[in-house]
Design a binder for this molecule. Structure first.
Ligand code: TYD
Length: 199
């Protein structure tokens, strides 16, 4: 099973991923925690460029770097883990590119989706959580120290948020929207309930 965690920066998805990881571990379930961009090796190098490069990066180049990282990640980490029977929990995946590069940067959304299919070889998550939060709160949570992506500004993040909600409406079976303003404990209960129903 392949479960992805999505949402704008500062939405709390990583905290929830770690809690679900620990929940599975405690039950003796074989689980892997990973992320995009930059799970390991080559991906870490791509991540470094994406988050810290201080020269100009074109929107299309940015998209291809995320997609290159994704192809490597699917081939070398996600697929082998799923094939060996592990539950894979991934911090960001295909929907980040649709939300950030499609809705956020304004690139053509059907083309981004098509490129996602090429990068993943048509592998799709079984379940995706979108942690929804208003932009003001998420930007406060991110704070002053911003990386290249986080510096994109309020309007950009508003489009990203609206993008996630629209994607979720299009695929209600796969994507579950969680109100990320609730407490960590409340959200975790909700996440565990949804995952247990699916299992
Ligand atoms: P990261 O530090 O992992 O952010 P977070 O902790 O919020 O997940 O940085 C990843 C950044 O890259 C984040 O701002 C979202 C962005 N991103 C895209 O724009 N497109 C993508 O396809 C992916 C995977 C991430």
């Amino acid at each position: 099973m392949f479960i992805t965690f999505e949402g704008a920066d500062g939405c709390g998805k990583t905290t929830q991923l770690v809690l679900l990881y620990e929940y599975f571990k405690a039950k003796g379930i074989d689980v892997l925690k990973t992320r995009e961009p930059g799970a390991q090796g080559l991906g870490e190098k791509i991540r470094e460029i994406l988050l810290n490069y201080d020269g100009e990066v074109s929107d299309r180049c940015e998209s291809f770097l995320f997609l290159a990282d994704r192809a490597q990640h699917i081939d070398k980490i996600v697929n082998p883990a799923v094939a060996s029977g592990k539950i894979v929990l991934c911090d960001r995946h295909i929907d980040s590119t649709v939300a950030y590069q499609g809705y956020g940067r304004g690139l053509d959304i059907p083309r981004i989706k098509m490129l996602n299919s090429i990068a993943t070889n048509n592998i799709r998550p079984d379940l995706t959580f979108v942690f929804d939060i208003d932009v003001k709160t998420s930007m406060q949570r991110v704070g002053q120290e911003k990386d290249r992506m986080e510096s994109a500004g309020f309007d950009f993040f508003n489009r990203v948020r609206m993008g996630y909600l629209e994607i979720a409406e299009q695929e209600p079976n796969r994507i579950k929207v969680i109100d990320a303003t609730k407490s960590i404990e409340e959200i975790q209960k909700e996440v565990v309930k949804i995952v247990s129903e699916l299992i």
